[in-house]
Design a protein around this ligand. Sequence first.
Ligand code: ATP
Length: 330
Amino acid sequence: MNHSIIEVHNLTFDYPGFRALSDVSFLIPAGSVTALVGPNGAGKTTLLRCIAALETPLSGTVRVAGLDVYESPREVHRLMGYLSDNFGLYSDLTVAQGLEYAARAQGLPTSAVAAAVTSTAERMGLTGKLHHRANTLSRGQRQRLGIGQAIIHAPQVLLLDEPASGLDPEARSALAQVFKALQAQGMSLLVSSHILAELDEYSSHMLALDQGQVLEHRALQTASVTETGQGPERRLRLEFVEQAKAVAPWLRGQWNVRLYRAEEQTLEIGFAGNLSEQSALIATCVASEYHLTSIAAVSENLQQSYLKSLATNRATHATNGTNSSRRSAP
Ligand code: ATP
């Protein structure tokens, strides 16, 4: 993940009389799965449509794999897949026919179509459904067919607008596995979602929009790197018989850890060492004069941190006397 696959600079988009995106800038690292989040009306769909060159902004630039999407939309579409929030399927076509149609629409040579249909069905777990009509599929299977159609031409970048909406927890979890598999195959994904609780299951980054502006854009915990540059940081919760405030200075004297919390008997630390160093850290604690009672990996509560950022942003706007009415296009 060392270069940017999507570069958005100073993007401003107006619907008649309404500013939907205001000076939006961000870079999406290649190979990432970025969750695009934000409240209803934040501008997520508009942003995805702008990146897919389906809308023309008032100002700003969008580059995908180095190509300006407004100067070279056709070239960009060749390396991009896009699934809109209310995508349609031809209900009378079978899965195989739907995939074949998408392959031909994407300009795949005839000789490559059959192999693309087979491999995409396999990737999306639809091999057993190839000869079933779209209108006989479950919602989750329809979603997977939609994604299959969007990736049949093996794009570098995949934009998905709320692909998990309406899916039950099992289907959402299966979809998360699909995202991870596509990422492992080298694809970069930008996925809009309202289901924050599950984001860290499949996302490496979070891009939060609010009122047409970037509220927050960051790597999620598993992908973050500490200032020490040692690598991914894991957050650990250690419980001792003793007061954590007494243990913290000792532990920091032994190991290079970041202190997040020291309350009662609970210590929360960030540790950037590798697994054998983590094992040595635990051994140090066990052998010390303090009494370790448990250790656990802590996963970040994305929902809480997102809601906090949103509340802070709203409060800042209220203090500055700005609110959604400022979104009126000049
Ligand atoms: P949701 O989570 O509800 O899908 P979103 O974040 O995708 O919302 P957008 O659909 O991008 O938001 O809409 C951003 C804003 O632009 C909203 O306030 C919406 O009302 C407005 N908007 C969207 N489409 C149009 C349009 N065609 N004409 C005028 N305003 C529009």
